[in-house]
Design a protein around this ligand. Sequence first.
Ligand code: ADP
Ligand code: TRP
Length: 354
Amino acid sequence: MTHNTSNNKVLVTGIQATGRPHIGNYFGTMKQIVELQDKGYENRVFVADYHSLVSVQDADTLSQSTLDLAIDYLAIGVNPELVTIYKQSDVPEVTELTWIFNSITTMPYLMRAHAFKDAEAKNKEINVAKFEYPLLMAADILIHNAEIVPVGKDQKQHIEIARDTAEKFNRIFCKTETEGEEAGIFKMPEAYIVSDVETVPGIDGQKMSKSYGNHIPLFSEDEEIRKLVMSIVTDSGSVATDSSDPMAGIPSNVFNIHKLFIGNSDLIKAGKTYLASEDALKEFYRSTAGKYKPLKDALAEDLILFITPLRAKRAEIAKNPDEVRQMLAQNGAIIREKVHHLVADVRKKVGFVV
Ligand code: ADP
Ligand code: TRP
């Protein structure tokens, strides 16, 4: 197995193994991995099983979801020759780094994190791991000295926390008596967020999320797709009536999902010419004169056309789970080796070496 190390710029991202990925995950992050995999980065992509433990507390479920997600990555076209796919828990050094970050982070700072505030607003008693979730994520990123982190918009604040943490660590620990401040150990990572797809809407028009139950799973069966598409909300509140509005008469909840497929050459080749441009798609939507059923039928058909080959590839890969397990184990060891140097440096900087 070869792993591209050409310019030494690391791309890293992870997804939690908390259930089946959905088209929001796909367009928001997973697709970007495929698009960037041959762009000269050293690509490292992981299944965030430590993060998943916050909410999945059943061993069989967690291990199966972890394996499934690795298969999902391969099925969408992540090339294992170009991307090192690994399991977060195979690099336990991230938890050591998290502990170090705990020690330089204040409670009020972490209390400002959206995920914490949302949980608090819902009066949820959150566990300690959920509270410090952003620091584990900072460790995931900083341990690689990553340049870019493809994510959806909801993760932007977490990347900012990673940057703050890097800066804080560098400020506190990277000093020499003679030279003053050194360059610092940690690089500042940049979020890579594609604005058109930064927040893919779900069937109710809110952000698509497993936790809102409004998602279309990426590998769903045809019947499930049809059922979900038919349940997309198209009530009066979701269709603009003001004729000066460019979306007037267009059911935005259907359109905004359909929009994801604009420019998809396979679908266009299959005769879906209305996907050639946003204008063409709008024209198609307007042509049904307020009848939404044909639009939903078209969206369901397009989703099915798009998902069918992914599902077939997934089924093929899933026939050999042991190969995937072996890939994960090998890659875990590769990543552990790669981060060793930086972790040793950090240990020295904080005073763990006597
Ligand atoms: P979920 O909200 O369904 O639990 P995750 O938190 O597991 O999704 O997200 C995994 C990745 O997918 C993250 O990078 C996240 O930003 C991205 N993502 C999740 N939902 C969406 C969405 N609706 N639109 C765009 N990106 C998303
Ligand atoms: N927090 C991310 C999510 O909910 C998953 C994640 C964990 C991640 N560690 C990361 C994403 C590091 C990018 C980089 O989807």
